[in-house]
Design a protein around this ligand. Structure first.
Ligand code: 6PG
Length: 245
């Protein structure tokens, strides 16, 4: 079930997203003493990260009990301008009291296959495996973006990562970018308790309409693969992105 919340503009979207994050974090920390969140890459989350690192939000999340992960990463060093870690560090993590040992970045500086293996080992050591035949990590919350081509995380149209059914993390070569990416797989994302897409801007309107209203063609629109098995899915979009819905 795709729940959709339309916000007037990007600033409002960031505020609503911050509210959901704070609410879920408080609920989970009260019960389990820790909160695991996977951050997206790209430019959309910048507004949200900046909001979370300032009053009042910086005080509304118990950062000492937060564990930070990523949904995907570019195959670049952590100080590279394209690094998803660098964006999150500069706009959020440098400004909030998350213990360093609770920041689990993807080692984009490693060779792709090694980076994927290393991150999967980190996840398997952190998330207790459930007894199912195909255990997956159950993130409390995964934030995702949507590309104008319908990709999410680094699950790009027509790429090998879309066919992965057991691995939690894969290296994924993206011909359109002529670049390698490290990404959570769709089964890993779908094991999350909460998934929130953040989609902003007119450039996303066609992709959003195709993903949410078009025929099921996940090879062309990988974001359609995201259907949490036992979790809640929310599409937080602004009016410009929702123009064709
Ligand atoms: C990445 C992201 C990717 C992103 C979308 C949207 O590493 O680029 O994980 O999935 O969320 O491409 O990017 P924008 O927010 O920049 O439009």
């Amino acid at each position: 079930m795709n729940e959709i919340e339309v916000c007037p503009d990007p600033q409002h979207l960031a505020r609503v997203a911050a509210g959901h994050i704070a609410r879920i974090a408080a609920e989970v920390i009260a019960v389990r003493g820790r909160f695991t969140i996977g951050l997206p890459g790209g430019s959309t989350p910048r507004l949200l990260f900046t909001l979370l690192s300032n009053l009042p939000w910086v005080r509304r999340i118990d950062w000492a009990h937060v564990h930070v992960f990523w949904g995907d990463e570019r195959c670049v060093p952590p100080d590279h301008p394209d690094s998803n870690y660098r964006l999150a560090y500069e706009t959020l993590l440098h400004h909030v009291p998350v213990p360093t040992e609770q920041i689990h970045r993807i080692s984009g500086e490693l060779p792709p296959a090694e980076a994927a293996r290393s991150y999967e080992q980190t996840l398997r050591a952190f998330f207790p495996e459930d007894a199912s035949a195909n255990p997956q990590p159950r993130f409390d919350l995964l934030l995702l973006g949507l590309g104008d081509d319908g990709h999410t995380a680094s699950l790009f149209p027509g790429t090998l990562a879309l066919t992965e059914t057991t691995r939690w993390v894969v290296e994924n070569y993206v011909p359109r970018l002529d670049a390698w990416r490290i990404t959570l797989t769709a089964p890993a994302i779908n094991a999350a308790a909460h998934v929130i897409f953040l989609v902003s801007g007119a450039a996303k309107a066609e992709a959003l309409q195709a993903v949410l209203r078009g025929p099921f063609r996940p090879s062309a629109y990988p974001a359609q693969l995201i259907q949490p098995r036992a979790g809640q899915l929310l599409w937080l979009v602004d009016q410009a992105a929702a123009a064709l819905l």
